[in-house]
Write a protein that binds this ligand. Structure first.
Ligand code: GLN
Ligand code: ZN
Length: 763
């Protein structure tokens, strides 16, 4: 049996690539310096994998920005608007496509970005035209192979498969389907493969995670045609076909009949497919299987006993030389190295494995199968013990929490009365005008605000000093909001680093790493909290500042919380119980906070859930099960208050069409959504569905410093008024203002309030 991995993190254990890219973009360092860092990172990654004993090491998994953008360059899929950029300066062209470019007579926008399947990684969306042509343009894949070869490592170059590449993209004009471009695209893949085989490449990894989706018949045929043609053209090439993040599902029969050398299985996300495959009539025992048993999406130590069972099951039907032990997917989604962590509790640390430790696990699993020496047996025992202590640890288990979950009653996820009754009561209590104005929560996180937090963290300023700085900032923001005449105020979230981390740090059951960075997009990294145990709330988390803000004014202030699904979605979540149970635990903690806020005089409370939509499973047949528990968790968090307390929720840019009934089932009194960039198009779903509760369609794009004019905002509001009952409409920006500066924020909010006033006058 041999070992392989599907990809390795590339940002650098100290985020070297992030720093190098940002220095280059700001003109502080040269192109050579950036390329040099890239070369060093690749080399380090390859040598590390080699030293730890990985047999087949990937190349072309490195990227200066994104692997899909790399593929666009490889296949010459470069949108027309970049035609004035000198093509010989590939790096400039590359970053222009990633980030836009303004210089001399060039002014081009960036390509769109969206989430990579169900991960928090964002890729650049390929753009296709009807008359799209392709050419073998960037030679990155060739150069990387040669680079590794110079180190004596014969790698497995990784390519995004042609069907996934096309499906991930977007048609930029009507009149064709991007899958029809396959015919033109395949010859360019052949050119790439020719160049690779000329260099002596034996294995090429084709990533086709579209196989984890519901494919149409045409798309399934495209898969079949692609791999049959590749095989006909390159009969000696060993194709390693990788699907991950879910089962092959409906696509399994097709996949099993493809003339490929190896079929990769994500056995973490879909364990049952091993049986399905071994028992399938289409299964050809000559096909090699790559058993993805080491989780590339999470940070838990592997359970060797369970993994070995799977491997042994496979090896009963398949000769061991036809089996690979592998990671479930690329390790891009895990942090680098657990050894760098010095502040995690040792008890928790022993339950974890980051990318480097996962390499060791892959190799150990293989060795455990063939080597019965004491050294390996003791590794097995060690692993068993670590997992056993995790199972029984008092750090994880909290009987009170478990009991509360067991005792949840249907009434816990229902407000006392239906919306229409609540609405009437809230009208009385809050006494708001028609078209009430509000904001989404955060105000500018200025350099000063961030420097206070940093100084406080480093112990350079005392708690008292820090608190008084925050208090002053809150007071200023309240005065400003009062002055311009907003109807529901916010405290501004100045005390928060991040909307999930802030709550994670205050809740039991979460741990934090120092270097657990994962690439989110380009040079941006996130450090997800590690949700390891039963979640409980020790004491109020937000009451102090919300209550303080309310004490400063007679105008209602909105308490501000992050919802259970979003906290779950943006953390590394425990794998020893269903996600739904963990989500309910968070929901109960947030519920307690909601009730506390109510008791301390907050009559409006917002529970943000921007991550509901991205939590949807990849296959539609699994949507309902997810939506059922996710929506219920939100309702548990929101339903502990009396009818006259107004619950808001907020979601960022999302496609709502196909989940409208679930959004309505959340039963928030008010939902605010991001709509301004789509010119209110995203509102259509709510209109068609006849969304029953109140709604604030965003009228101000907060992603750029540009100030929307009064008439622009009025026009958007009139659009909304034409399609929604006017008593349901709120006026607010698209999202929080933390990334903005004060001057533009003030001007824009003044316009926003004025636009609402003008609209009222016309009534
Ligand atoms: N309340 C948060 C803020 O205003 C919401 C952020 C979000 O939706 N991502 O920043
Ligand atoms: Zn938002």
């Amino acid at each position: 049996m041999k070992t392989t991995v599907l990809g390795y993190p590339r940002i650098g254990s100290q985020r070297e690539l992030k720093k190098a890219c940002e220095a280059f973009w700001s003109g502080k360092s040269s192109e050579e310096a950036l390329l040099q860092i890239g070369t060093e990172l690749k080399k380090k990654n390859w040598l590390q994998q080699q030293q730890l004993g990985i047999d087949l090491i990937p190349s072309n998994d490195f990227s200066f920005y994104d692997q899909v953008l790399d593929a666009c360059l490889t296949f010459g899929c470069i949108p027309n608007r970049y035609k004035n950029i000198d093509k010989s300066n590939v790096l400039e062209l590359y970053f222009a496509m990633a980030r836009g470019l303004q210089k001399e007579n060039i002014d081009v926008t960036a390509m769109e970005m969206t989430k990579w399947f169900d991960t928090n990684y964002h890729y650049i969306v390929p753009e296709f035209e009807k008359e799209q042509t392709f050419e073998f343009f960037s030679k990155k894949i060739i150069n990387e192979y040669k680079e590794a070869l110079e180190l004596g490592i014969k790698t497995k170059p990784v390519l995004i498969g042609p069907v996934t590449f096309l499906l991930l993209g977007k048609e930029k004009e009507a009149g064709f389907h991007r899958i029809d471009l396959l015919e033109k695209l395949l010859p360019v893949y052949f050119e790439v493969l020719s160049a690779l085989t000329d260099l002596g490449v034996t294995y090429v990894q084709f990533d086709e995670p579209c196989l984890a989706l519901n494919l149409s018949e045409k798309e399934q045929q495209a898969i079949k045609i692609t791999y049959e043609k590749i095989n006909a053209e390159f009969p000696k090439l060993k194709v390693y076909l990788a699907n991950y993040f879910d089962c092959y599902g409906d696509n399994l029969d097709i996949a099993l009949q493809l003339p490929v050398d190896t079929l990769h299985l994500d056995l973490v996300r879909c364990t049952s497919q091993l049986d399905d495959i071994l028992e399938s009539k289409h299964f050809n025992p000559k096909t090699k299987l790559s058993l993805g048993v080491v989780d590339g999406r999470n940070i838990w130590k592997n359970d060797f006993e369970a993994s070995l069972k799977l491997i042994e099951k496979a090896s009963k039907k398949i000769a061991s030389e036809n089996l690979w032990i592998a990671t479930s997917c690329s390790l891009l989604h895990t942090p680098y190295d657990l050894d760098l962590e010095s502040t995690l509790k040792p008890e928790i640390k022993q339950w974890l494995a980051f990318a480097k430790q996962k390499l060791e696990e892959v190799v150990t699993l293989r060795n455990l199968l063939s080597d019965e020496s004491d050294a390996y047996l003791s590794l097995f025992e060690e692993n068993k013990l670590a997992n056993l202590t995790r199972k029984n640890s008092s750090l994880i288990h909290n009987e009170n929490v478990k009991e509360r979950i067991l005792n949840l009653k249907p009434s816990d996820s229902h407000r006392d009365n239906p919306f229409s009754i609540r609405q009437a009561q809230q009208k009385q209590t809050l006494n708001l005008p028609l078209f009430p104005t509000t904001t989404i929560g955060s105000f500018p996180q200025t350099k000063e605000v961030r420097s206070w937090r940093l100084k406080h963290k480093k112990g350079l300023i005392s708690q008292e000093e820090y608190d008084s700085l925050i208090a002053k900032e809150i007071e200023d923001s309240i005065r400003f909001q009062e002055k311009i005449g907003l109807d529901v105020l916010v405290h501004g979230e100045f005390e928060r680093n991040d909307m999930v981390e802030y709550f994670g740090e205050k809740l039991n059951g979460f741990a934090f790493s120092n270097f657990g960075w994962v690439q989110s997009y380009g040079s941006r990294c996130v450090k997800p909290p590690i949700l390891f145990g039963d979640v409980s709330r020790e004491k109020p988390m937000t009451v102090k500042w919300s209550e303080y803000a309310q004490s400063l004014t007679k105008t209602p202030v909105k308490g501000m919380l992050t919802g259970p699904v979003t906290i779950l979605q943006w953390s590394f979540v425990r794998n020893d119980q269903p996600r739904s149970t963990t989500c309910n635990q968070i929901a109960l903690a947030i519920r307690d906070e909601v009730i506390d806020l109510e008791q301390h005089g907050l009559k409006v409370i917002q529970i943000d859930e921007p991550a509901i939509r991205e939590g949807l499973p990849l296959r539609k047949e699994n949507w309902n099960a997810y939506l059922d528990w996710a929506i219920k968790a939100f309702r548990i968090s929101a339903s502990g208050v009396t009818d006259d307390t107004q619950i808001h929720t907020h979601m960022c840019y999302s496609e709502f069409n196909d989940i409208m009934s679930s959004i309505a089932a959340m039963d928030a009194d008010v939902i605010t959504i991001e709509t301004s960039r789509s010119n209110m198009e995203l509102l259509d779903a709510f209109v068609t569905f006849k969304y029953p509760n109140e709604i604030g369609p965003g009228v101000y794009d907060i992603h750029s410093p540009r100030v929307p004019s009064l008439t622009e905002i009025e026009d958007l509001l009139i659009k909304a008024k034409n399609v929604l009952p006017k008593e349901h409409i709120w006026v607010n920006p698209d999202c929080g203002l933390k990334t903005r500066a004060w001057p533009e924020t003030k001007e824009a909010l003044r316009n926003l309030v004025k636009a609402a006033e003008n609209l009222r006058k016309r009534e």
